[in-house]
Design a protein around this ligand. Structure first.
Ligand SMILES: *[C@@H]1O[C@H](CO)[C@@H](O)[C@H](O)[C@H]1NC(C)=O
Ligand SMILES: *[C@@H]1O[C@H](CO)[C@@H](O)[C@H](O)[C@H]1NC(C)=O
Length: 566
């Protein structure tokens, strides 16, 4: 036990040394003042969505079923048994949604391709769906015609159901080949125009929620083993795909292949406690480092190797799979850029009492997550706004992985309201705070190339159904046509994009005021459904009736007039 602890201390003191050089202090938790300034001229601004969350059209035009189609159709898996069968109808609203992107004036749009829409059974040799190819071709083309760069994710959780049924999904090593074939098809069909590829979005969630807790599709509860195995195969699939691109496509297409890792930041509760510092380190390593360390440094984090089921549980061997030295070499350096998704922060303390249940991912981490009661009450129970955590995470990325090129792939906040609410003051505050901390991180020397606000519009939020709204645009799910309405944050984000940052106090305050003013006008329009319905009634019933009456009255008047004249 002495040796690993020594290692951790050494690691931390190294990290601290690195930060000290950048005037970044691990121990300083207060938010500090707002930083006025602009981003580098080449910085890119975007928004994102994903296929299953927005497309709908789950069985249209030859699409195969995904594990999420099957999962949501089972009762009791998702909030109110909701599904994404139609969701935002994005599949049938490409032109309309393009207008939203143009309104925001974003320079990139992050979207994901649905694997079963392209390859219904998941196996390329069996069948490729030409209509699926056409859909994504058209989408990519209209984006480029409007000077919006597509950033394309290959896997945002919708594994073809057939692969789950036949092979056990990500539990099976054969996924590496099938995924690589699918990715290769995407490179072949779209790679002439798509230059930013993301293999996996939030593989942590795929592994832990899909195969450990079962909260997500495919809903398996393989405690203590399932997540590690799934992650092992996801990592191998990523590396294989990067090598495919590198060998066969890079020369011709000159694009980049990365991954998108989403993580919370973990801050030690007591910064003078070595145990808390170590626990916070474990929290981040068991989330971000689990995937980033193999890709940048060739192997799982040392802490994971030590904590997963050998030392503590007295097992002879770890439940964490191992990479051969050849595999390590194959894995290392397979990210042209690192996608970082981030939403919130937790305080971490070590656990001082033994676990009673058997081993699981969560007991392996051996820590407790806390929130600060002083943090503002969140809209969604898990998503506290803690902007300074973002800067810390970004500095961690810089120090641990050799300052890679970073693209922020997801950052945003939800609300938990079921009524129409367009005045999203808290979202404006969130973006303002988080984007400002990102600017500070750039000043710290972190190599951040672009930012993607999450998300363009309200959409299906996995096991939370439609109960959490992340959108800049509000979507009226109750209406069959799924209309979109801008929230106040649209105006605010637009201003940040146009100014490429925060020019000065007066201007930023002005943006804030104007955004909320515009919103109250729009909000009144939408306010409650009755008003909208009333207006629909006006146009659909009252207007035609009044017109008909007018014509009738004029006819009668004309007749009277004619009679008088005769
Ligand atoms: C969801 O389905 C389950 C099982 O049929 C049922 O018990 C439950 O009431 C349903 N929930 C809602 C909100 O309809
Ligand atoms: C992977 O799939 C193959 C083919 O169905 C099967 O023979 C094998 O047992 C599976 N392996 C695991 C670990 O499930």
């Amino acid at each position: 036990m002495l040796f690993p602890v020594f290692c951790i201390i050494q690691l931390l003191s190294l990290a601290q040394h690195g930060w000290a050089e950048e005037e970044f202090q691990w121990t300083q938790t207060e938010r500090g003042s707002f930083y006025y300034g602009t981003f580098p001229p080449t910085f890119t601004w975007g928004v994102g969505t994903s296929a299953y969350q927005t497309e709908g059209a789950w069985d249209q035009d030859g699409k195969g079923k995904s594990i999420w189609d099957v999962f949501t159709h089972k009762k009791g898996k998702v909030f109110m048994n909701q599904t994404a069968d139609s969701s935002c109808e994005g599949y049938n609203k490409v032109k309309e949604d393009l207008e939203l992107l143009k309104e925001l004036k974003v320079s990139h749009y992050r979207l994901s391709i649905s694997w079963p829409r392209l390859i219904p059974t998941g196996i390329k040799a069996e069948n490729v769906n030409e209509k699926g190819i056409k859909y994504y071709n058209d989408l990519i083309n209209v984006l480029l015609e409007n000077k919006i760069t597509p950033v394309v994710t290959l896997y945002q959780w919708d594994l073809p159901q057939t692969l789950q049924e036949k092979f056990g999904g990500w539990q099976n090593i054969s996924m590496v080949t099938y995924f690589n074939d699918y990715a290769n098809l995407c490179f072949e069909k779209f790679g002439d125009r798509v230059k930013y590829w993301i293999t996996f979005s939030n593989p942590w969630s795929v592994a832990v929620e899909g195969y450990e807790t079962g909260e997500h599709a495919p809903g398996l509860r393989l405690r203590g083993t399932g997540a590690y195995k799934a992650a092992h195969h996801l990592l191998k699939a990523h590396a294989r795909t990067w090598h495919t691109y590198n060998k066969y496509w890079r020369g011709k297409h000159k694009g980049m292949v990365g991954i998108s890792l989403t993580t919370e930041w973990g801050e030690p509760v007591d910064i003078s406690s070595q145990k808390d510092i170590e626990a916070a380190e474990r929290f981040v390593q068991f989330n971000f480092g689990w995937f980033a360390n193999p890709l940048y440094n060739g192997d799982y984090p040392q802490i994971m190797k030590e904590y997963i089921g050998n030392i503590q549980q007295g097992l002879g061997m770890s439940r964490l799979p191992t990479f051969s030295s050849q595999e390590k070499g194959f894995m290392k350096g397979t990210c042209d850029f690192l996608g970082v998704g981030h939403f919130t922060t937790r305080y971490i303390t070590s656990r001082n009492f033994p676990f009673t249940q058997g081993p699981s991912f969560f007991t392996d981490r051996d820590l407790i997550e806390l929130v600060d009661p002083k943090w503002p009450e969140p809209e969604s129970k898990w998503l506290y706004s803690v902007p300074w955590g973002f800067r810390r995470l970004l500095n961690f990325v810089k120090t641990q992985y050799g300052n890679p090129m970073v693209l922020i792939t997801e950052n945003g906040i939800s609300e938990k309201m079921h009524c129409a609410q367009l005045c999203d003051e808290w979202r404006i505050q969130y973006f303002k705070g988080y984007i400002n901390e990102m600017l500070k991180a750039i000043k710290d020397g972190v190599h951040i190339q672009g930012y993607t606000a999450w998300s363009l519009m309200d959409k299906f939020e996995w096991d939370e159904g439609y109960s959490e709204r992340f959108g800049l645009y509000f979507v009226e799910f109750k209406s069959k046509s799924k209309p979109r309405y801008p929230k106040a944050s649209v105006q605010f984000y637009k201003k940040i994009i146009r100014a490429n940052g925060f020019p000065n106090f007066r201007e930023v305050e002005n943006w804030h005021r104007i955004s909320t003013e515009t919103c109250s006008t729009t909000n009144q329009l939408l306010a409650a459904d009755p008003l909208t319905r009333h207006m629909e009634m006006v146009t659909e019933i009252v207007v035609p009736t009044v017109c008909t009456l007018c014509i009738l009255i004029s006819a009668v008047l004309l007749m009277i007039l004619l009679r008088r004249q005769s």
